[in-house]
Design a protein around this ligand. Structure first.
Ligand SMILES: [Zn+2]
Length: 499
């Protein structure tokens, strides 16, 4: 579609809320352009350094429309495209590789704005020149320089350390970026509010945030990683508590009150299985005194370089243990702006009965080797592998539920230590648990979030590579919108942390 036609489509039918932002025809066109990037047809093909082609013409890869905030000179998580036309502020939601692709020591395309922890992490891990890195405070609206006065508020994302949502509030002043779509609101006096979710695990706290609650959000750039009803894993808090209770039961022989009923038949054999040093049973043993005892159980928890630390932390707290991890990981924890976690970290593996290791090595053979390196200090190992990806819904789950069904189904669900079962391949010495722990929203949480905030239009940012996937997600956006308008469903959060 020629530019003029796209612009005309964007303003057609001003009474239609969708049309005020971007008509569906214009959006389809913009997605078509974006596909060229996903399939490597535009610019650099397979992503040469700094968004440049490896040899020859050095053509820059084009940024898809949703990487640049509509009508604003602001790009989010868009470092792989090099210098994007018209963009004066590059924002980073969090320090995960798929969001900072191509950001490196040689970055020189403009100022980078992010949270304090993310700023520390990219300076440390990527050696980005500090002169480009501008940490912003959480929860306080801050004007971004050279953006026509756009204010941004950083909101904790409930994803990984340092991760944030961005709430933008301002005028549309420029059609920046590579897209053919040009907003007709540029130059108007209408203020726009966009919520960019980066990667997040939606919680009632997001909907209740003063920058969000009761505010009309013209565009929501949504983390649609799990926007499919088959992703119905339990609330993160329940999963963390279950892991902590199970670790405590195994290591210290302390029962989890919540799970007691369900586990009673197994409990006697469990107690016989695991040896309990006296100092652990009374719960007073801490640090080196406990660590030097013979016949101890080592708890090993997988994490990302940045992310999934909550399980290891909760387990260590429940066992009153320090956390050991290797030097490179300790340096990363140091960046995270979390003095409490940092105070739990030790460089002595024998001082801690809880170890933090890369997620990928939580496998029976790797753990056997790992346990072998502490021969004499630890005799058994319990491993936790927190991942949301491998979770399979219970048999008989309706995969095309109504919104009322989604809510009642998920709100009735519980998760305790009894829900955790040893993974196949576990041995007498090595017991591993796969944990349905996610740092992205479940389908139910996305639904709850969408029904709890005031939005005009959702734009998916994940799983957008194919038209059929986008169409499926669009159906849910429409379902949510219809449900919101009918107001027939009210979602009451179970706690401030989860719906
Ligand atoms: Zn992430």
């Amino acid at each position: 579609m020629p530019k003029a036609a796209v612009a005309a489509a964007a303003v057609a039918g001003p009474s239609n809320a969708f049309a005020t932002m971007m008509s569906s025809a214009a959006e389809n066109q913009a997605w078509k352009e974006a596909e060229a990037d996903f399939h490597g047809k535009s610019g650099s093909g397979s992503g040469g350094k700094g968004g440049q082609r490896g040899g020859g013409k050095r053509e820059r890869r084009k940024a898809p429309f949703f990487k640049v905030m509509q009508g604003m000179p602001i790009a989010v998580d868009a470092f792989r495209y090099g210098k994007i036309p018209g963009v004066t502020a590059y924002l980073l939601t969090h320090a995960h590789a798929d969001h900072y692709t191509n950001l490196s020591a040689s970055w020189k395309n403009g100022p980078i704005y992010c949270s304090e922890a993310t700023a520390n992490l990219i300076k440390h891990m990527l050696r980005v020149d500090p002169k480009w890195v501008h940490p912003l405070p959480l929860d306080v609206p801050t004007v971004l320089p050279n953006t026509g006065g756009v204010e941004v508020t950083l909101i904790e994302a409930n994803h990984c350390p340092g991760s944030t949502l961005f709430l933008f509030d301002g005028l549309q002043t420029v059609n920046a970026g590579d897209s053919e779509f040009h907003s007709s609101w540029v130059g108007s006096s209408k203020r726009f509010r966009y919520l960019h979710c980066g990667d997040f695990r939606a919680s009632p706290r997001h909907a209740e945030h003063p920058a969000v609650k009761g505010k009309r959000l013209d565009l929501v750039y949504l983390d649609t990683t799990y926007l499919d009803p088959k992703y119905c894993f339990p609330p993160q808090k329940m999963v963390i508590d279950a892991c902590a209770a199970l670790a405590k039961r195994i290591v210290m022989g302390v029962n989890d009150v919540n799970a007691q009923e369900q586990v009673r038949p197994k409990l006697s054999s469990m107690n016989g299985w695991f040896k309990k040093p006296a100092s652990m049973i009374d719960g007073k043993g801490k640090g080196k005194e406990v660590a030097r005892e013979k016949g101890r159980t080592l708890v090993v928890v997988g994490t990302y370089k940045v992310g999934k630390e909550r399980v290891v932390r909760a387990i260590a707290e429940s066992l009153s243990s320090k956390i050991y991890c290797q030097g490179a990981q300790r340096a990363i924890v140091k960046c995270q702006d979390d003095p409490e976690l940092q105070s739990m970290i030790t460089s002595d593996p024998l001082e801690a009965s809880v170890h933090m290791v890369p997620l990928g090595i939580i496998q029976v053979d790797r753990m056997e080797t790992y346990l072998g390196t502490f021969k004499g200090a630890f005799t058994k190992l319990v491993g936790f592998r927190p991942t949301g990806w491998t979770y399979t819904p219970p048999a008989g789950v309706d995969l095309n539920p109504s919104i009322a069904q989604i809510i009642s189904r998920d709100q009735a669900r519980t998760f305790t230590s009894a829900s955790l079962q040893p993974a196949r391949g576990s041995t007498a010495k090595i017991t591993l648990y796969g944990v349905p722990y996610s740092e992205h929203s479940s389908f139910f949480e996305l639904t709850s979030f969408a029904l709890s905030i005031e939005w005009v239009k959702m734009i998916a940012t994940v799983n957008v590579g194919s038209e059929s996937s986008r169409a499926k997600m669009q159906k849910w956006f429409e379902k949510w919108d219809g449900e919101r308008k009918r107001k027939s469903v009210v979602i009451v959060p179970r706690t401030p942390d989860y719906w």
